[in-house]
Design a protein around this ligand. Structure first.
Ligand code: ARG
Length: 835
């Protein structure tokens, strides 16, 4: 370092101020003395001789390490600046002008359709398309978005049920990022409609754009993805067009793929007809529409507002659906692997659904009414009217539905069917049981309208007359489902009404242990000695007629023993009751007695490792959102409400943490392949609050016993006094808690009767179950949803999943228990999906 100092020390001759001083001196003493001149020359000579030395020094200085770093940095900086500018000019600037794509349709009225329009290569098509293209371009070039408008491409001209030509077109705008709101979907649609509107004459809905008659009511413009345009638009490799020109003849549709493809099939039928598409089978990998999907549109372009149906699950039983006009588009997205679609389509006549019906005197079933196009799914905007007449003023009309219920309309919109019955509005809803709806009028007019924007499930109802003053026959009880059941069935422990209305507000059943009369069915073979003489628990494995409270063996025969499954005893002759019993058997790794009152679910304790091996923590976008339970090596069970909103239903955002005691220390984190939400889940009432999750890959068997399935209760399973039931989860420990516990919490709760539950909450469905303690101090809370309520059979038996955390008023409030999904009501639904 010392040398540096020396080098830097300016020598006298180097000092510029001194140099100046010398030259001034030179002038003044130039002619003074020779000596002086010689001295000066010598000094100048010295100066010139030093120059190369200075350069050398400059090099040395430049090559000195810290200087070198500065220079390299400067050079790198300059290069980066240049490159960045080039990138910005040539790539980013171009990209920040992005393409915005639209698909649209409208009807050109008063123009005769000619078959040549069907061929995009024909001269007729080209000339018509050019004309329309010019008109569309003109509209946008005269508008506020003129500078952003790029082009319109006419994709299809088809004949139309309303006459004229139906035009489908694409539109592209090139928009700087910052201005992207200028071409919003509504704005682009409004520009087109406005220009038609201003040119409308008389009272008709047709306006003239450069002489082209456009029907304003037919205009629909939707924003689409660039990929929709590139896969479906001009030049795409995989677009097929099929035409059904004779009503009733079916055109086969078979699509095979083993490579990942996006393909479109455009269907058109003779004008005046509709298209019925029948799907016979569809072999794909289920993935909640993430990978494989078929989307059916009520148009010839993939327009969001015109989706009839989406298929993301494999189909093995055939079904059909109907369009609202004579066009339909099938958009297939299939990933690698052998994917097969089989089906056909046909042109069918438009249907006017209006009928006059006379019912018979006898209250037997007189006939059937059907949703439009039954058994096909009904198209949007469908409608039907039935005018009934009964044989007498004292006779009303009863409608018996298989899986549908009518309720008076409230503030919420009807989304599963809209009904007007003698001027009163009702909403329809799909449910999992039968109902009867009675109209106390002898000549009612019943109007039905589809209210969903997509295809709707079909329904069927039988009708009959009924006596208005006495709806049910003598000795029968009127259920709130409208069904009539024999009075003797009230309070018999069986849900005869299908909504348990015959089983509430029953006095505690008497056991009849001594008497001759039969024992109350609830006490028979429930695994608990209710009678001192043991009468209630004998001959429990004898085969008998089947009902919901009897255990059904694989062979189909039933036994009286309710909790026969996996109890360690062979009860069925085929021994099926002890098959598949690797479940609900935790082996706690180490016992820890947790100090009371430290940590709680609400009023709970810390669990220990391996205590609840079926417990799963479900994370949405990386954060705890719900609980779940392990059912098998690749299926979990949880609550539907965890997945009910748009983003929440995408399996890619979820992960399942298995074998975990403390948050963040899962033994296994699994990705989710698909989420199956119960089809009757009702987001307002939380009815049918159940969902299944399939894992992308099964969890490794080596995780057992820290990861293990819980046992699934058979429909007949009953929880008795001697069962012990616990709710577990990582949810909040009190209603206004702000931090989630890190250790899995557990709290023992008791199952309440449905009557008690209804005292707290009013209407709770038969698919709900209340559990808690009357003080309320032990409960589930936010974050526990979807998690398990498990009960252990007396005598250290296996643990069964009895409930799924669903809802509650607050958390841990007195007399407001937690409400759980009653799992044994869903046993066959669950098996139908997981096996
Ligand atoms: N719905 C809640 C959740 O999303 C669960 C509420 C349970 N409440 C109760 N008091 N038991 O986590």
């Amino acid at each position: 370092m010392g040398t540096e100092h020396e080098e830097n020390e300016p020598t006298k001759g180097d000092d510029p101020s001194q140099q100046d001083a010398v030259s001034i001196a030179d002038v003044s003493v130039e002619v003074a003395t020779v000596d002086h001149t010689l001295q000066k020359l010598r000094r100048m000579y010295r100066k010139t001789r030093r120059k190369p030395k200075g350069l050398q020094r400059l090099w040395v200085r430049l090559l000195n390490i810290p200087h070198l770093a500065v220079i390299i940095a400067a050079v790198v900086f300059v290069v980066v600046v240049i490159m960045w500018s080039l990138l910005w000019v040539f790539i980013f600037r171009r990209e920040s002008n992005s393409g915005v794509y639209f698909a649209g349709m409208f009807r050109v009225a008063n123009v005769e359709f000619i078959p040549e329009y069907r061929q995009a290569e024909s001269l007729e098509f080209v000339s018509m398309a050019n004309k329309i293209q010019h008109v569309v371009s003109n509209v946008y070039k005269m508008s506020s978005v003129a500078r952003l408008y790029k082009q319109a491409v006419i994709s299809d001209l088809s004949n139309n049920n309303k006459g004229g030509v139906l035009v489908h077109f694409w539109m592209v705008f090139v928009v700087p990022r910052l201005k992207s709101t200028a071409v919003c979907e509504e704005c682009v649609g409004a520009i087109f409609k406005d220009s038609v509107h201003t040119s409308m004459k008389n009272r008709s809905s047709v306006g003239y754009l450069l002489g082209l008659p456009v029907d304003i009511d037919s205009i629909l413009i939707n924003a689409v993805q660039r990929s929709d345009y590139s896969s479906n638009g001009a030049g795409s490799q995989c677009v097929d067009k099929l035409y059904a020109n004779l009503p009733g003849t079916s055109v086969p549709l078979n699509v095979f793929s083993s490579w990942g493809v996006t393909c479109h099939v455009k269907l058109t039928a003779v004008p005046g007809s509709l298209i019925r598409l029948t799907v016979s089978s569809f072999l794909i990998e289920p993935s909640d529409c993430v990978n494989d999907a078929l989307t059916v549109y009520d148009a010839l372009l993939p327009m969001r507002g015109r989706i009839l149906h989406r298929l993301c699950e494999p189909v093995s039983t055939s079904f059909s659906l109907v369009s609202t006009s004579n066009v339909m588009l099938l958009s297939f997205r299939m990933t690698n692997g052998n994917k097969v679609f089989r089906g056909h389509f046909e042109a069918i006549a438009e249907e006017i659904c209006l009928s006059q019906i006379e019912t018979q005197l006898k209250p037997d079933i007189s006939g059937q009414i059907y949703s439009p196009f039954y058994p096909s799914l009904s198209p949007p905007q469908c409608a039907c009217t039935w005018k009934f007449k009964t044989p007498g003023r004292n006779l009303g009309v009863a409608l018996h539905f298989q899986n549908y219920v009518l309720k008076p309309k409230n503030l919420k919109a009807c989304d599963q069917g809209w009904w007007r019955i003698n001027e009163i509005i009702f909403c329809g809803n799909y449910v999992g049981h039968q109902t009867t709806f009675r109209i106390s009028d002898h000549s009612p007019e019943v109007e039905f309208r589809c209210s969903s924007r997509n295809s709707a499930q079909p329904f069927q109802a039988s009708y009959s007359s009924y006596n208005i003053s006495q709806p049910c026959p003598e000795s029968h009880f009127l259920c709130s489902t409208g069904l009539c059941v024999e009075k003797s069935r009230r309070c018999d422990g069986l849900d005869d009404c299908q909504d348990e209305s015959d089983e509430v507000f029953c006095s505690r059943p008497t056991k009849n242990c001594g008497g001759k009369s039969p024992l109350h069915p609830l006490f028979v073979c429930n695994g608990e000695s209710d009678c001192n003489n043991g009468r209630d628990e004998i001959n429990c494995t004898q085969e008998t007629t089947c009902s919901a409270i009897r255990y059904q063996c694989n062979s189909g025969s039933c036994i009286l023993k309710k909790n026969a499954k996996c109890d360690g005893v062979y009860d069925c002759r085929d021994r099926s009751d002890e098959a598949d019993c690797v479940c609900g058997h935790p082996s706690v790794v180490k016992k820890v007695v947790s100090p009371k009152g430290q940590e709680r679910i609400v009023g709970g304790d810390n669990s220990v490792e391996g205590e609840w091996p079926w417990q799963v923590s479900l994370h949405f976008s990386g954060n705890l959102y719900c609980g779940a339970s392990v059912l098998s090596s690749d299926w979990l069970i949880s609550a539907a409400h965890c997945f009910s909103k748009q983003r929440l239903s995408d399996p890619r955002f979820w992960s399942a943490h298995l074998g975990m005691l403390t948050q963040g220390s899962a033994k296994h984190v699994a990705e989710i392949q698909r989420i199956v939400v119960h089809e009757y889940y009702n987001a307002y009432t939380f009815d049918y609050d159940i969902a299944l999750l399939q894992l992308k890959k099964p969890w490794p068997p080596s995780l057992n016993p820290l990861v293990q399935p819980v046992c699934l209760p058979p429909t007949s399973h009953t929880v008795t006094q001697s069962h012990r039931c616990w709710v577990t989860g990582w949810g909040y420990r009190s209603e206004d808690d702000k931090v989630l516990p890190s250790v899995l919490q557990k709290a023992e709760v008791s199952i309440m009767s449905q009557t008690e539950c209804k005292k707290s909450y009013g209407p709770v469905s038969p698919r709900m179950l209340c559990a808690g303690v009357s003080s309320g101090e032990r409960d589930a809370c936010r974050g526990d949803s979807g998690g398990p309520l498990t009960c252990q059979a007396p005598g250290g038996g296996r643990w069964f999943l009895i409930g799924i955390v669903s809802w509650g008023a607050g958390c841990g409030r007195p007399n407001l228990p937690g409400v759980y999904t009653r799992v044994n009501k869903f046993t066959s639904w669950i098996y139908s999906h997981i096996s």
